[in-house]
Design a protein around this ligand. Structure first.
Ligand code: PLP
Length: 356
């Protein structure tokens, strides 16, 4: 399932530790360990903010920090459209650039939107979880920068599963949620912002309070939380960042890339047997942590997901308009090719049964 993903027992167990006071050196040490422990996954040397909210809260924070203005949203799926909706809700004027079915928005479309005037920021989802498509963040950010726009990135399904290089790619606001590739329970968001983003936010006097990015940054610099943090989740995060470090980030990325390759080879094999199963996202633009598949004509994806559930595996249903035609395999978090294969075998059996 593409989130919430399974969490290791020792990580879950950390949540039962006694609570601590959060205005203390003990909390600051916990905060610093988790925050610095996440820098590699974001490709940054900047402070990673630990936010008590789900990922959509961080999405809103990114947009709430900026004074209302023109925003260009790259829309290639449900989460990318949510980003655009949040921008509208925060009072921005949003222009949506659409992608061909299942793919990513062509850079020429983005450029056409940027040349027309004063665009404050571009919103982009790195890996669109409803389709599995991966956008080229470095190219999007370079183009946005060329036209003086900030790049705001939903990296919810990519941080921890594949390289996200906030500093090297010059990204201005990048966030993820705890319940995806970092394999933590839901309830935390993590984010990092550039100096350029912070300077733009300073010019906006109406940033609210809970979602004020400057407040988040100010407290993060002191390894503190602006409001009472979700301590049990941070206890879990402390254990998990140590586990991620022990595996090694490169090894974690490789493990996810291997799962992407394994499911792609499996779909090829299914097709070779005459079953018209297809991967939604085009080759070369597929995220490492999630794959959406279009089921053959005449099969209801929900029926397939139900059968697979009966055999003990939880798949993601199709999302949004793709609900009846697709299912999604979340090969992220603690999964590996070894745990993915038995699941794919079960899907194959269910396909065979439903095809009669
Ligand atoms: C899961 C997901 C979200 C939403 O996260 P919440 O934690 O439910 O707010 C946003 N964007 C993407 C790409 C996601 O996969």
């Amino acid at each position: 399932m593409p989130g919430p993903v399974g969490v290791r027992p020792e990580v879950l167990a950390a949540m039962t530790r006694p609570m601590i006071a959060h205005r203390t050196p003990a909390y600051e040490a916990l905060h610093a360990t988790v925050s610095t422990g996440l820098q590699g996954a974001f490709g940054t040397s900047r402070p990673v903010w630990l936010l008590t909210m789900s990922a959509t809260g961080a999405m809103e924070m990114a947009l709430r920090g900026l004074a209302p203005g023109r925003i260009v949203s790259l829309v290639n799926g449900e989460f990318a459209d949510r980003f655009a909706q949040v921008a509208e809700g925060c009072g921005h004027t949003v222009q949506r650039c659409f992608a061909p079915f299942g793919g990513v928005v062509p850079l020429a479309e983005l450029e056409a939107a940027l040349v027309t005037g004063d665009v404050r920021a571009v919103t982009v989802v790195h890996v669109e979880t409803s389709t599995g498509a991966a956008s080229d963040l470095a190219a999007v950010a370079a183009l946005a920068r060329h036209y003086g726009a900030l790049t705001l990135v939903d990296a919810v399904t990519s941080v921890g599963a594949q390289p996200v290089l906030a500093d090297a790619w010059d990204l201005d606001f990048v966030f993820t949620g705890s319940q995806k590739a970092l394999a933590l329970p839901p309830g935390l968001a993590f984010a990092v912002a550039s100096e350029r983003y912070l300077a733009t936010a300073r010019a906006n006097p109406r940033r609210g309070l809970y979602l004020d990015p400057l407040r988040a940054h100010r407290y993060a610099l002191a390894s503190q939380a602006p409001t009472t943090p979700a301590l049990p989740l941070l206890f879990a995060a402390e254990v998990q960042v140590a586990r991620v470090a022990a595996e090694g980030l490169e090894a974690r990325w490789t493990r996810h890339a291997e799962m992407r390759a394994a499911i792609s080879a499996w779909v090829d094999a299914v097709r070779a047997d005459g079953i018209d199963l297809r991967i939604v996202a085009p080759e070369g633009a597929r995220g490492a942590g999630v794959t959406a598949c279009v089921v053959p004509d005449g099969i209801a994806a929900e029926a397939l997901v139900r059968r697979v559930a009966g055999a003990g595996w939880t798949l993601g249903d199709g999302y949004g308009p793709l609900r009846t035609a697709t299912f999604r395999v979340g090969h992220l978090g603690e999964h590996s090719v070894a745990t993915l294969h038995p699941c794919l075998d079960v899907i194959r059996t269910a396909l065979d049964d439903l095809m009669g």
